[in-house]
Structure formats: structure tokens, C-alpha cells
Design a protein around this ligand. Structure first.
Ligand code: ADP
Ligand code: NI
Length: 216
């Protein structure tokens, strides 16, 4: 029964996200699911079925992938109607999905251990070698430059500059990616983040070396 629901959910998500090239593709979802299951096992915490379902569905209502916030919610709801779960389970899955986003979840306390684990798994996929690849894929899709030394990091920007949203993919590392390590909830994810953080740091160092015309 549970296997059948997971299978049905995988198929729905594959169909919905298969074509996306902004970094929210099926492979992202699959990595988040696998990392979430790994964290849950290592921590010996959380309901594995709820974690897997929330990980699979976490990007479905994302505003960036839908015409509007409302359309995204509706997409998730229509699918939820087709799966035979209790209301309490469906509510828990919904709550995880809507509470974990960086925007929605930033700074606020997550209510369940399942939400903490799925959020960690999603954040791990935004850092390290995969995170680097996703940042430039997303930036390219949005027509954003790789880097521009004349642009300031957002924290030091005026209101006007911030509103215009001028940034680059390299700037995104300082605005978000390098900070994610310190926002993780579980010890397991913190350990998994270490080599990923080092990878981003050495990538940036080498990037500037090459940018500045150094030969090695
Ligand atoms: P999440 O999947 O955690 O909700 P987002 O939807 O914010 O993350 O972003 C998806 C991917 O695109 C992430 O890997 C993120 O780092 C990257 N990304 C988001 N905004 C930018 C940006 N302005 N520049 C470069 N990459 C970005
Ligand atoms: Ni995601």
C-alpha cells in the first residue's frame, strides 16, 4: 500500500518536473528524497513514509514553477485528492512542504522533526558541487551574469539596488549558499555539509584566481 503510494507520487512528480531546467528537476527531487531518508536513518528520527512523501512533493507548489502561488497550491491539492491517506497524514505532508522553503521557513521554528530533515536534505542539494552546478544553471536560465565585480553583495546594497535585484550567480554564494551550512537542523546534515562547504570555498578561490588572470 505504502509502496504503491510512493510509486504513484514518483510518477506524478516526474511528469510535473521532468522538463524543468532551473535546478528543480526530477533528479533534484530524487537526491533530496535519498538524502532525507539517509538523515532520518542516521538520526533514528522521523516517520520515513511522511519524510519520503514530503521530499518527493516539496517543489510541486513552488511559485517559480507555477503561474501563481495559488496555482501551485492547487496542483498539490489535486494530487493529494488522488492518494488514499488519512487527513492527519496529508496535513503533515502539506505542513512540511509549506514550512521548509527558505522564504517561508527562514528564521522560523519548524514544528516537526520530519520538516527539519526534509529542509536539511533540500539545503544540502543547494551546496557543494551540485549546488555550484545548480546556481549557474538557474542564473543562466534567468539571464543573470556569472559574475560582475562592480555589483555589491545584497547586504551592502541600497534599497533601490536591492529592489532592482541586480545580482550574479557568484553573488548568490554570499547571499545564500555559504550561509546554509549554519542553518541546518540535524547533526548528520551538518557533517554532510562539510565537504560541500569546502568544495564551494575552493571553487570560489580558484574562480577569482582565474578571473584575475593568474596562471595557476
Ligand atoms: P530551493 O530548492 O531550496 O527552494 P530555490 O528555489 O531558491 O531553492 O533555488 C533553486 C536552485 O537555484 C538552488 O540551487 C539555488 O541556489 C539556485 N538559485 C536560486 N536563486 C538563485 C540566484 N539568484 N542565482 C543563482 N542561483 C540561484
Ligand atoms: Ni528543492
Amino acid at each position: 500500500m505504502i509502496d504503491k503510494i510512493i510509486e504513484q507520487t514518483e510518477e506524478f512528480v516526474r511528469n510535473q518536473l521532468g522538463e524543468d531546467s532551473t535546478g528543480h528537476d526530477w533528479f533534484h527531487v530524487d537526491r533530496v528524497r535519498r538524502n532525507a531518508i539517509h538523515i532520518s536513518k542516521a538520526e533514528q528520527q522521523g516517520d520515513p513514509f511522511i519524510i519520503e512523501m514530503a521530499a518527493l512533493l516539496h517543489d510541486i507548489p513552488d511559485e517559480k514553477l507555477n503561474y501563481s502561488e495559488e496555482a501551485g497550491k492547487q496542483k498539490l491539492e489535486s494530487f493529494m485528492e488522488t492518494i488514499p491517506l488519512k487527513d492527519v497524514e496529508k496535513n503533515h505532508i502539506r505542513e512540511i512542504i509549506f514550512s521548509i522553503s527558505y522564504k517561508g521557513g527562514h528564521g522560523s521554528k519548524l514544528s516537526s522533526v520530519e520538516a527539519k530533515i526534509v529542509q536539511d536534505a533540500d539545503r544540502l542539494d543547494a551546496i557543494g558541487a551540485i549546488g555550484i552546478a545548480r546556481a549557474f544553471a538557474y542564473g543562466g536560465k534567468k539571464g543573470q551574469s556569472i559574475y560582475d565585480p562592480a555589483i555589491m553583495v545584497r547586504e551592502t546594497m541600497s534599497q533601490e539596488e536591492y529592489r532592482r535585484g541586480k545580482s550574479t550567480s557568484i553573488h548568490h554564494f554570499y547571499e545564500k549558499l555559504l550561509k546554509l551550512k549554519d542553518l541546518l537542523n540535524t547533526e548528520t546534515a551538518m557533517q554532510m555539509a562539510e565537504p560541500r562547504q569546502q568544495m564551494m570555498q575552493s571553487f570560489l578561490e580558484q574562480f577569482y584566481r582565474e578571473w584575475n588572470g593568474q596562471q595557476s
